[in-house]
Ligand binder design. Structure first.
Ligand code: DAH
Length: 325
């Protein structure tokens, strides 16, 4: 009896100092296994005289149950600890500062384009777009630009074949619009244009915005007011506009337009009164209809407004540049 009780004390000791499942299992085998110490004691029961059996049996049973209980409790405890350890490992500290992610924004040119669109829309203009691959009729002939004109030189443009090229300006949209709509009309048309140029002030691909206004009795005053209003909204109230005589095949008279900004006259666009030949080419009667047109370079406007020196920066995709705007 005494031995059996000592078994319990030993087992208790071992169980309490075990701290993983493997050693618990060994303890279980040592005491309760087929050849375990407690099991052996039970086997001795048979050999005892009849009257001692119940008492001894009860003690052994109690010891066995007690060990079983301790083992189970310890198992539970170990399981719990392992769980805690596991969660501790994968715990996320939500109070740590988060990983910083750079937020993107619109490209400077897109912003300038949208700003101009808003300005012209507020004056009643509609935004239309056209194809970047054009035919020579829309790009040149219909715009009163004859075969011999230097702008048509293959050296200056990107031709696919004799009659197809990447548009060299947004002016063909004037033609496409007038063929489609009846006057009066007021449109602007932003888009990419292509020329064989590449230096600090010229790109082979750049962005223009065409403007066309057709109505009865349109004069240069309408043109000048519209451009002044645009200049004031883009460059500030003190912006002034100056028209200089120039030449474009599709306008008569034609102007180069300067804006007074930060102490300088800056040339930012071409403009003029729509040439009667252009009206004839789209079937408008030039005796009835009159209009003005303009074409401005969006890179140019952005460069003037933001003091950008090299036009190539727009397409270099250098974040250090893009971040500034
Ligand atoms: N298309 C001309 C160019 O690319 C710009 C231009 C000048 C457009 C006068 C016009 C205009 O509509 O009236 O150089």
């Amino acid at each position: 009896m005494k031995e059996v009780k000592e078994l319990l004390i030993e087992a208790k000791d071992e169980i309490s100092s075990a701290n993983d499942m493997a050693s618990l299992n060994n303890i279980r085998i040592k005491y309760l296994g087929k050849k375990g110490l407690v099991t052996l004691e039970m086997k001795k029961l048979k050999k005892l005289p009849q009257e001692e059996k119940p008492k001894f049996g009860a003690v052994i049973n109690k010891v066995r149950n007690e060990i079983e209980k301790l083992l189970n409790e310890k198992m539970e405890e170990i399981r719990k600890n392992e769980k805690i350890k596991k969660f501790e490992k994968i715990r996320v500290d939500v109070t740590l500062p988060g990983a910083k992610r750079d937020k993107g924004h619109l490209h400077i040119l897109t912003k300038v384009q949208r700003e101009l669109e808003d300005i012209f829309i507020s004056m009643g203009f509609e935004v239309v777009e056209g194809p970047e691959v054009e035919d020579t009729w829309h790009n040149f002939d219909a715009l009163n630009t004859p075969e011999w004109h230097p702008a048509r030189d293959a050296q200056d443009s990107f031709y696919f074949d004799e009659k197809t090229l990447l548009r060299t300006h947004t002016s063909p949209i004037q033609i496409r619009t007038m063929l489609e709509k009846k006057p009066p009309l007021a449109i602007i048309s932003p888009g990419r244009v292509f020329r064989r140029d590449y230096d600090s002030t010229h790109l082979p691909m750049f962005t223009q915005m065409e403007g066309l206004y057709v109505d009865k009795n349109v004069t240069v005053r309408h043109l000048k007011y519209t451009l002044e209003e645009m200049a004031r909204r883009v460059f500030g109230e003190s912006a002034k506009v100056r028209l200089k005589p120039s030449f474009f095949p599709f306008t008569e008279p034609s102007y180069e337009v300067d804006v007074w900004f930060q102490g300088n006259w800056l040339e930012i666009l071409g403009a003029g009164m729509v040439d009667p030949n252009v009206f004839r080419n789209v079937g408008y009667d030039p005796e009835t209809w009159s209009g003005f047109a303009f074409g401005l370079g969006l890179e140019r406007i952005a460069m003037v407004k933001y003091g950008i020196k090299d036009i190539r920066d727009f397409i270099r995709n250098d974040v250090r540049f893009l971040e500034n705007y």
